[in-house]
Design a protein around this ligand. Structure first.
Ligand code: PMP
Length: 351
């Protein structure tokens, strides 16, 4: 606290990201990164962009990248907004699309950034509890509100809603923006991008950080009809009209065009997830049905925090959340098969 701080900053509870420690031989399964490096084509494109052209500003409209994303998702470039990671896209959504006189609805439990941004932008919220089975029950969203945001699949549970349910939600709130955060959709969910042409209140947010292995490049995007995208552009242009640097634009174009790498990688991660789920279940864990690149699991005989610490002592990092309802759970990112084997070995010592 300082006398120089604004009242908003004094009230903020900043988001605390998963730790990035430097421990030798660490198995890092705590921040849902991709265990495999990005496509060679992406590395080549970034290397080519790292030339004397870096003296030039990037395309402020990121038109080629938006065009490439548009082709991939069957929309137009004008219906695509890009930013430095989906977190920045979400920030623009909070600043540009959410009202101050009606609450934003989102699930409790969900991506904890939503409450951080809501405080920053002074937006009222109603957090809607998950069901006993940790599912989002959309009947609970049938109430007056200013907007709705939910991740599909949800985080950190990994549980996905079918597209038909998302469509019903969007159709039943024609006067409110409905934002579907699809950070993990490529690992088993169904994207709502195909509904964008039908619903002017739908905004779909995705990221290159997970299924395209580019968390370090910082690229995210939103797909929606013009009125919603225009609001994000207004916010962007009020800060800084360069959404992404040259290497990020070039790398992201190569990533979205390398469908073979994408299919191969997500298939490997889904197969590893199925194997890890079976291994954990065999050891007494309850594993929620995951459509993401992580599993959310608890063991009836061991506290989540104790397990997390015991794993850390064995150089295996997983995520634990202190929130009472989920404090017994561990969120475990799907690693390579060798990393998953190290996790299981460590658990066999602990359990
Ligand atoms: N949404 C959800 C649900 C997430 O879990 C994450 C990753 N922490 C993000 C958005 C943001 O990812 P990025 O900024 O790397 O695109």
């Amino acid at each position: 606290m300082s006398k120089y701080w604004s009242p908003i900053v004094s009230k903020l509870k900043p988001y605390v990201p998963g730790e990035q420690p430097r421990i030798a031989n660490l198995v890092k399964l705590n921040t849902n990164e991709c265990p495999y490096g990005p496509s060679e084509k992406v590395l080549d494109a970034i290397a080519a962009a790292a030339s004397s052209d870096l003296r030039l500003y990037p395309d402020p409209l990121a038109l080629k990248l938006r065009q490439a994303i548009a082709v991939r998702y069957g929309v137009t470039a004008e219906e695509v907004f890009v930013g430095n990671g989906s977190d920045e896209v979400l920030a623009h959504i909070f600043a540009g699309l959410l009202k101050h006189d009606a609450p934003l609805l989102y699930p409790d439990i969900s991506y904890s950034f939503y409450s951080t941004y809501a405080r920053l932008f002074e937006i009222d919220t109603v957090e809607i509890p998950l069901s006993d089975r940790f599912e989002i029950d959309l009947a609970d969203y049938d109430r007056p509100c200013g907007a709705i945001i939910l991740p599909n699949p949800n985080a950190p549970t990994g549980i996905a809603l079918p597209l038909a349910d998302i469509e019903r939600l969007v159709a039943s709130h024609p006067d409110q923006p409905v934002v579907i955060d699809e950070a993990y959709v490529d690992f088993g969910g169904q994207s709502a991008a195909e509904l964008v042409s039908k619903y002017e209140n739908l905004l779909v947010v995705q990221t290159f950080s997970k299924s395209r292995a580019l968390a370090g490049l910082r690229v995210g995007f939103a797909i929606g009809q013009r009125p919603l995208i225009e609001a994000l552009e207004r916010v962007k242009d009020s800060f800084n009209s360069y959404p992404l640097g040259r290497p990020a634009q070039a790398g992201a174009i190569a990533a979205i065009e390398d469908e073979a790498w994408f299919e191969d990688t997500r298939a490997k991660i889904i197969a590893s997830r199925d194997r890890l789920t079976a291994e954990l279940t065999a050891r007494g864990f309850e594993v929620l049905p995951s459509s993401a690149n992580f599993v959310f699991a608890r063991h009836p005989g061991h506290r989540g925090e104790t397990l997390m610490k015991a794993l850390r002592e064995r150089a295996v990092l997983v995520r634990h959340f202190a929130k009472p309802r989920i404090s017994d759970f561990l969120r475990i990112t799907i690693g390579t098969d060798a990393e998953c084997a190290r996790l299981i070995e460590a658990l066999d010592e602990i359990l």
